[in-house]
Ligand binder design. Structure first.
Ligand code: ZN
Length: 204
């Protein structure tokens, strides 16, 4: 519970951060972190077209530097792009100047107003600084697709169990999460579609 969905008291420390959007709307916000990667991004883009939904990709600057064509393809297909740092540096226990410099380096490759802290680890002070320039986005549901100790079916169950109106949901566009993500993401979206949810990007 504590991992998959942060309790309300934790969220109170981050008043400027997006955790969840409108709880009265049957709209979901699927996000993919840590790409773009040639092994998974094209597959995700094809699945999103098949499912007929739009998503948001929080990309790592060093990956965008290596694969600018994938970054462009995400945009061409109508999805939103967010920044996820250059080297996936975690803010907590990190000197704030070093942390902010890594984000600025990432911004050279990714032009966006959306930022998601790598690992979700950020101090309230860092979040307040970044909120002046970016919409800082954490999440309502983290599917734990990156966790190799979980079976793909468990990841699907986590996604379905915690998702609710306005949820911002995290999957990963990375090799580590590939097996779990490729199983859980399309199945969960099909289920949500059958329940009448619609989907939007975080730019909508
Ligand atoms: Zn990440």
């Amino acid at each position: 519970m504590f991992i998959e969905q942060m309790p309300r008291w934790v969220r109170w420390f981050y008043p400027h951060v997006w955790w969840r959007k409108d709880a009265h709307q049957k709209t979901l916000y699927v996000t993919f972190d840590d790409g773009p990667t040639p092994q998974t991004t094209p597959w995700i883009l094809d699945q999103l077209d098949i499912l007929g939904i739009k998503a948001t990709f929080f990309c790592i600057g060093s990956n965008a530097e290596k694969h600018p064509e994938l970054l462009q393809e995400i945009k061409n297909r109508g999805h939103a792009i967010g920044l996820h740092g250059y080297n996936h540096v975690r803010g907590l226990y990190k000197n704030t100047d070093i942390y902010l410099a890594d984000i600025e380096r990432g911004a050279q490759y990714i032009d966006t107003k959306l930022f998601r802290p790598p690992h979700g680890r950020i101090t309230p002070k860092q979040a307040n600084i970044l909120a002046k320039k970016y919409t800082v986005v954490l999440w309502d549901v983290i599917t734990r697709d990156y966790d190799a100790s979980l079976k793909p079916e468990q990841v699907e169950r986590i996604a379905l169990k915690y998702t609710r109106n306005g949820s911002i949901i995290v999957f990963h566009d990375s090799l580590k999460a590939q097996k779990n993500m490729q199983y859980a993401f399309p199945r969960a979206v099909k289920q949500w579609l059958s329940e009448g949810y619609t989907f939007a990007t975080l730019n909508d």
